[in-house]
Write a protein that binds this ligand. Structure first.
Ligand SMILES: NC(=O)c1ccc[n+]([C@@H]2O[C@H](COP(=O)([O-])OP(=O)(O)OC[C@H]3O[C@@H](n4cnc5c(N)ncnc54)[C@H](OP(=O)(O)O)[C@@H]3O)[C@@H](O)[C@H]2O)c1
Length: 350
């Protein structure tokens, strides 16, 4: 069976990466691409790397144009998806790359986003440990999926095994992330101009204000079976001059009486059978260059007994494992297709 697909936000970074991956998916026909200010223009004017889709023109993003497909991807600025999801009731599968359907708590939505709150959908991070199983169990046969925030899934995948196994203390997490500016989207922003970021590392959303914080607390609470308010995280992203990529360094205290072997076993047991989330051998740590273009999260784990903390360093491509790859992996699960179809573990190097 071939599934017809519409991708909204197709002129943007997330929509473009969804299209790049879908273009090599044997079960998918990309029928419709939509945008907003750039509607009416050829797709390749905005995504010149998508040569196999040169025949497509960006249409307006309306419920009428999006409906009538087997699958609709929404890759819109946060707060914009809800108006379409309500009108897509007949669409068999809708996948939202935005934040609108990620949070279970309206209080958290109000505090970090504001505007209308929409119901939470199945969370698109298949490898995440949740209550003794993996998140993929909720994605099999799902009809509505919320793809993750890129920083949020990177930190959640980093720490969930230790939190779930009870070997680290989730009330004192510190995460500092080096992030590329593509994570902030393609629209013009002065702080993202080349003149502002080249040759500089720029912190932003410092001091507990970043919108991905409630998503991380929600995911780690689900992993550990506790309430989100038991998860405390100091979260600091730093923009660095690389177009794609996230390198997240997270630390948390080691629970008393836990051995080094038990700590490492928590991550080995969680990810030993996973294709796209891989724990590196002891003493090795990932680089963002190792995962560019890949649907892979690479994790390095250190046990710092002098500080009594674990240090977890994780590299992902924000546009692949952090968004589009997670969305397509989740789509494969929802449709009952091989989970890794059209996704690669291999990056592009150098
Ligand atoms: N970038 C990432 O690494 C990343 C990672 C995880 C999740 N996400 C999420 O993915 C979503 C899209 O992010 P992005 O980085 O792709 O942003 P982007 O590059 O700025 O693209 C935004 C897209 O949405 C369209 N758009 C803007 N306003 C719209 C409206 N009112 N109605 C319909 N379409 C509208 C734009 O169309 P025009 O160009 O025609 O104006 C463009 O196609 C966001 O919710 C973001 O949080 C992004």
């Amino acid at each position: 069976m071939t599934y017809s697909v519409a991708v909204s936000g197709a002129s943007g970074y997330a929509g473009g990466e969804i299209l790049r991956l879908l273009a090599s998916h044997p079960d998918i026909e990309i029928r419709t691409v939509t945008a907003h200010s750039n509607a009416g223009q050829p797709l390749v004017q905005h995504q010149p790397h998508l040569r196999s889709l040169a025949h497509l023109t960006l249409q307006d993003t309306t419920p009428e144009i999006l409906s009538g497909h087997d699958i609709v991807f929404l890759a819109l600025p946060h707060g914009q998806s809800g108006q379409y999801t309500d009108a897509l009731g007949d669409t068999p599968l809708v996948i939202d790359a935005g934040a609108d359907h990620r949070l279970t708590s309206q209080d958290s939505w109000d505090a970090f986003y504001g505007g209308d709150f929409h119901e939470p959908w199945a969370y698109g991070v298949p490898e995440l440990p949740v209550g003794g199983v993996k998140q993929r169990e909720t994605l099999r046969g799902a009809t509505r999926i919320a793809a993750p925030g890129c920083n949020a899934s990177t930190v959640s995948l980093s720490l969930a095994p230790g939190v779930a196994a009870g070997v680290i203390d989730a009330s004192d997490i510190v995460s500092v992330l080096a992030v590329g500016p593509s994570g902030a989207g393609k629209s013009l922003k002065t702080n993202l101009l080349a003149g502002e970021i080249l040759g500089s590392a720029n912190p932003y959303a410092v001091g507990g204000t970043h919108r991905h914080i409630p998503e991380i607390r929600q995911a780690l609470a689900a992993a550990s079976g506790t309430a989100p308010d038991r998860i405390r995280i100091s979260f600091t992203p730093v923009l660095v001059p690389m177009s794609r990529g996230i390198l997240a360094t997270s630390t948390a205290p080691i629970v008393g009486g836990v051995s080094d072997a038990e700590i490492r076993a928590a991550w080995e047991d969680a990810y030993g059978d996973e294709t796209f989330v891989q724990l590196l051998p002891a003493g090795q740590f990932p680089r963002t260059a190792d995962v560019l273009g890949a649907n892979t999260a690479l994790i390095g784990l250190a046990i710092d007994r002098a500080a009594n903390r674990v240090t977890v360093v994780t590299a992902v491509d924000n546009l692949v494992k952090g968004t589009a790859g997670a969305a397509i992996q989740s789509m494969n699960l929802a449709l009952g297709l091989p989970e890794s179809r059209a996704l690669s573990v291999n990056g592009v190097a150098p």
